[in-house]
Design a protein around this ligand. Structure first.
Ligand SMILES: [Zn+2]
Length: 459
């Protein structure tokens, strides 16, 4: 009984504290602006990352190869589709209570209706990018003119809420519905605007429970261990799930990173190219560590230095000298005539080999086929003299050479010699054998050749 009362008191006090935090946040959403976080147990913002949109125009591994250069267990929070006072203010309060900074992608029409909401985001120290004027889900099919209108109007509407102060608006853009396409991406890049996809959504725009939003967020963050979380500050389920998401992130050792754009006064955070990949290859992956192919400069050189004769001599003077000093038996000098090396030394240069020297001859396959047919021919010869070859083998070999003729003769008897038609296979002359085979091969299709060799070919 006493335990139940204690639990009730504890629950009530927790509710009161939470309500006080939210109320405080709603009344003074800029409370967390103080450099020192009032909540000693807050998740907090671990660092600020400055990025140059022109260096990395598209980020987010849901759609692009690159993402933000985060360390393990670092997460960037993003919120789309606001500002919508009812829920955006609660999201602001929750973030303030945990002293975390996020990036908001505002819709132009929302900013027109609620300019104060945009100013609250800036005043709370968050980064504000844009998300088009009307949130069309067809940007992947839009012509350039329509894309330009949506992007420019969205920026103009948000800027209007900030009294035109461009320094307060980040050149960050998230395509509505992540409906990426080359036209919007190219236009945004031409304007120096960075396209933000995401690394993990929480599906909070779907009709799912806050518990499900929480589960998806945590599971997907844990799967990649770092990246950009995509949420929406206009959804009640997001408001309900966000405190638990932040608490769990803190419990599991995650850190929140605040991203801001580079400016002339604020240079980009130094990074290495591989940091912009979610899981850069490790040192154990050897192939990624090969040096890059150098850019060869081809000149008009028509000759190359002639090889030095000493380079072609296998008799290494150092090895021989070492062998003599250590009394290792030297190779016996035979009576065979020594090779007479050509005298190249008098030629200072040689012509550069022509490109066709390195070309693989097209008749290479014919050479291979010729080798196989020659093997069949030897089989037939052995069969003719009756050395270790059955009639059936001899027949198939002959069929390989003369398939039409063999087809009319029928198969050989299974047993015995002398019961079938005599085999009269004259061996072709050795001199023109290759010519004969080449002509024969030319008349056959690849399928016929394969069939002659006794192999199956897929239909
Ligand atoms: Zn959206």
């Amino acid at each position: 009984m006493i335990a139940n009362v204690l639990v009730m008191i504890r629950k009530r006090s927790r509710t009161v504290v939470r309500a006080a935090l939210l109320g405080c946040g709603l009344m003074t959403p800029y409370a967390a602006l103080a450099a020192d976080c009032p909540n000693p147990n807050a998740l907090g913002t671990s660092r600020t990352l400055v990025v140059d949109p022109k260096e990395h125009p598209r980020i987010g591994t849901m759609q692009y190869p690159e993402t933000l250069p985060l360390a393990d267990h670092e997460v960037v929070l993003t919120f789309d589709d606001g500002p919508l006072p009812k829920y955006s203010n609660q999201v602001l309060a929750i973030l303030a209570s945990q002293c975390v900074k996020a990036t908001f992608f505002t819709i132009g029409s929302q900013a027109r209706f609620n300019p104060e909401g945009v100013r609250k985001l800036i005043a709370a120290g968050h980064t504000v990018g844009t998300h088009s004027q009307n949130h069309p889900l067809t940007m992947n099919k839009m012509p350039l003119e329509k894309v330009r209108q949506e992007v420019d109007d969205g920026i103009a509407s948000t800027l209007a809420a900030l009294n035109g102060d461009k320094s307060k608006l980040a050149p960050f853009f998230r395509i509505p519905g992540l409906m990426r396409a080359e036209i919007p991406e190219a236009y945004l890049a031409s304007q120096g605007i960075q396209v933000w996809s995401a690394d993990f959504p929480a599906d909070d725009w779907r009709h799912i429970s806050p518990q499900r939003v929480y589960d998806l967020a945590i599971q997907r963050i844990e799967a990649k261990r770092k990246g950009i979380l995509l949420l929406h500050d206009i959804q009640p389920r997001t408001v309900a799930a966000l405190p638990r998401i932040l608490n769990t992130l803190k419990e599991r050792g995650y850190r929140i990173v605040h991203v801001v754009p580079a400016t002339p006064d604020r240079p980009a955070t130094p990074t290495q190219p591989q940091q912009w990949y979610l899981h850069p290859p490790t040192e154990t992956v050897a192939t990624t560590r090969w040096p890059r192919i150098p850019n060869f400069v081809f000149t008009a050189t028509r000759t190359l230095p002639a090889p030095v004769l000493a380079d072609m001599d296998w008799r290494d003077a150092d090895i021989l000298d070492h062998a003599q000093r250590t009394r290792v038996a030297m190779p016996v000098r035979t009576l065979w005539p020594q090779p007479q090396l050509a005298r190249f030394a008098s030629v200072p240069t040689m012509p550069v080999p022509a490109p066709d020297v390195f070309r693989v001859p097209e008749a290479l396959d014919l050479t291979l086929l010729a080798a196989r047919s020659a093997a069949n021919r030897r089989l037939v010869q052995r069969a003719t003299i009756g050395v270790g070859v059955s009639r059936a083998q001899a027949f198939s070999a002959r069929q390989a050479r003369h398939p039409k003729q063999a087809a009319h003769q029928g198969p050989a008897p299974a047993h015995g010699r002398g019961h079938g038609a005599p085999l009269h296979v004259a061996p072709p002359a050795a001199d023109n054998a290759s010519v004969h085979v080449a002509n024969n091969v030319k008349k056959r299709t690849p399928r016929a050749e394969a069939a002659a060799a006794g192999k199956r070919v897929p239909d």
